[in-house]
Write a protein that binds this ligand. Sequence first.
Ligand code: PRP
Length: 190
Amino acid sequence: MELPHGITGKLAEPIEKILFTEQEIQERVKALGEQLTRDYQGKDLLVVCVLKGSLYFTADLIRHINMPLSLDFISVSSYGDATHTSGIARITKDLDEDIEDRHVVITEDILDTGLTLDYLVKLLQLRNPREIKICTLLDKPSKRITGIRADYSGFEIPNLFVVGYGLDYKHKYRHLPFICTFRDEFIPKD
Ligand code: PRP
C-alpha cells in the first residue's frame, strides 16, 4: 500500500487501511475548533486534555479556537496494553488548574465504553465547575456501556481497532498523522 510521508518499513508493516487521512482529520478538527470558538465566546474556557491519546487532537484543536483559553492535562489509567478496558480508572496525573466556576471542555481521542469519561466527569463535577462538556475526535457508540455522550464529536466509527493520530498500538504508532486499521495478525486478541 502506498503511504504518505514516506512511511515505510516497520512503521508501515502493520497498516491495513487508512480510515481518515491527515487532510480529512485536519479539516474536521478545524471545524470543531470553529464551533467551539462560537460556543465559548466570552467564557472562561479550560480545555482538559486526557493524556496520552488526546495530545495530538488537542494540540491541533486549540489552535483553531480563536479566543483566549487555558490548557491543562490529566492522566487516567485504565487499559494497559490491552484493547479492552479493565474498568479500573485512577488518576495518575491530576490537573494543575482550579476548575471551580469554569467552563471545562474535556478533549479525548476516542470515546469507547465511556468508562474513562464517566469516571473523569464524576470526579471533576465534585470540584464545582460551571459546566463540563466532552469533545472527542472519534466516537464508537456501539461499544458504550455507560450513559456518557459526546457534546462535540469528529467522526463516528464502527467497532474497529484504530491506530494513529494519538491512538496507540502497544504504546507505539501514536505519531502516525492519519488514523488507520491494522492487519488482522497484529490486532491484539481477547
Ligand atoms: C483510551 C482513550 C480514552 C479511553 C477511551 O485511553 O484515549 O481515554 O481509552 O476508552 P473508554 O471509553 O472505553 O474508557 P487509554 O487508556 O488507552 O490511554 P492512552 O490515551 O494513554 O493511550
